[in-house]
Ligand binder design. Structure first.
Ligand SMILES: Nc1nc2c(ncn2[C@@H]2O[C@H](COP(=O)(O)OP(=O)(O)OP(=O)(O)O)[C@@H](O)[C@H]2O)c(=O)[nH]1
Ligand SMILES: [Mg+2]
Length: 323
């Protein structure tokens, strides 16, 4: 272990947000120190309550995160916010009003805000998201809020990485059926119908409740809550439900099971990433392997037979992996 890295990680444990920012950048840039950092923080994980806030663009996710943060800070909780969205007000890309609204949190040492771009992640969450959550957890944040725009692959990702998922909709965001199609229905622990000042809010809520009744009952009754985030209406009830969900998770050991599953998936994905990187490197360097690539390119052998031959030749594979 490098003393410099050990010192940096120790500063994170003490709650130093500047060091935390630096390490997050290292992780985002896939720097060589990342493995060492992740090893050092591993024994300190699992304390934060991680909340995903997802939904279509413009439904009021950032406004909700802002208002929830105010309540959490009133309780003295340390809050980490990850905004996976380049146009979010957290990144400064949005209209002036939003930026002014967030400024109170920027001045508050108990709130750490970080934005991440979705580039290169094939529609899912950025690859570093899981590691950034861990860093915030190790830094002693009681609550981690992750705002993502609910489109495509990110739904599954957010469910795998968080404890409680809020799906935020608004009556303007299309009908409830559309939401179900978008894959948002399966992942919600709590439905938030924001912009409840909209005239068709009651119908919208009824539609969602009707669809929820078709689902099998489980250990948790998914609430459908109306909020008007911009005017701070319904936020306390929402926070109460978030806490109830967390308590229910803890009571039945479900949180433990969810964490175990997360660790398993994390391990498999890390291994997969490392093996892929190694394989790509070997294809460049190893004569025998690049011959296979050549033959596949020329159509002399089909990709499946080539892959099978390589895998069957156990010795070749172990030699390669050892390199
Ligand atoms: N009428 C009304 N407007 C709201 C409400 N909540 C938020 N807004 C407004 O809706 C707009 C979008 O809010 P954001 O919080 O930025 O929405 P978002 O979901 O984070 O948007 P993206 O991050 O761009 O997907 C802003 O102008 C808010 O002021 C509400 O309850 N009622
Ligand atoms: Mg936003």
């Amino acid at each position: 272990m490098t003393p410099k890295i050990i010192r940096l990680v120790e500063r994170i444990f003490k709650g130093d947000n500047v060091s935390l920012s630096r390490v997050i950048s290292l992780v985002e840039n896939e720097s060589n120190e990342v493995s060492e950092i992740m090893k050092l923080i591993a024994p300190h994980l699992g304390k934060s309550h991680c909340i995903g806030v997802t939904g279509p663009p413009g439904v009021g996710k950032s406004t909700l995160v802002d208002k929830l943060t105010v309540l959490m800070r009133k309780q003295g909780l340390k809050v980490g916010i990850i905004a996976v969205d380049p146009s979010s007000p957290f990144t400064g890309g949005a209209v002036l009003g939003d930026r002014i609204r967030m400024q109170q949190h920027y001045l508050d040492n108990g709130v750490f805000i970080r934005s991440m771009a979705t580039r290169g992640s094939m529609g899912g969450l950025p690859q570093a998201t899981g590691s950034v959550i861990k860093l915030l957890d190790a830094a002693g944040k009681d609550i981690i809020l992750i705002e993502t725009v609910g489109v495509g692959q990110s739904e599954v990702d957010i469910m795998e990485k968080t404890d409680t998922v809020l799906v935020v909709l608004c009556p303007e965001s299309g009908d409830a059926i559309q939401t179900m199609k978008a894959g948002l229905f399966e992942i919600a622990d709590i439905f938030v119908v924001n912009k409840s000042d909209h005239p068709s809010v009651d119908n919208f809520i009824r539609d969602i409740q009707a669809m929820l009744q078709l689902r099998e009952t489980s250990w948790w009754n998914i609430p459908v809550l109306a909020t008007e985030a911009v005017n701070n209406i319904g936020i306390e009830e929402l926070y109460k439900q978030i806490q109830l969900h967390h308590q229910a998770l803890c009571k039945d050991d479900l949180l433990l099971q969810r964490r175990q599953l997360q660790r398993k998936q994390d391990f498999i994905k890390t291994l997969e990433r490392k093996l892929t990187r190694k394989l790509l490197m070997l294809i460049e360097q190893d004569g025998q392997l690049s011959t296979y690539v050549d033959r596949v390119e020329k159509g002399e052998i089909d990709p499946y037979s080539a892959a099978d031959e390589i895998l069957k030749s156990g010795k070749l594979l172990t030699d390669w992996l050892r390199q």
